[in-house]
Design a protein around this ligand. Sequence first.
Ligand code: ZN
Length: 98
Amino acid sequence: MLHFLKCSQHLGPKHEKGIMMKHMTCRQLGGACETEFFAETFEEMAEKSKQHSMAMFQAKDAAHIAAMEPMKALMSDPSGMQQWMNSKRAEFAKLTDE
Ligand SMILES: [Zn+2]
């Protein structure tokens, strides 16, 4: 039983008492699908989104590759990327905790 509880903390999106998890979809983060990411902080959220995008990119998912095109343009300009991050961070901050 204890073992099961330990595992569910890592695998499940549901938060433990006192820990606030927020969720955003891939699409909300500039991606192309409705995959949901759960995270406590925006940094964690951005990282999960990035890993998902990379995986989809490597799987040659056309929708995600197309969605990444404007991101590549953003990334070539550090201030543009910063602005994008700031706007997503603000969106994340406005989310209500599940
Ligand atoms: Zn996606």
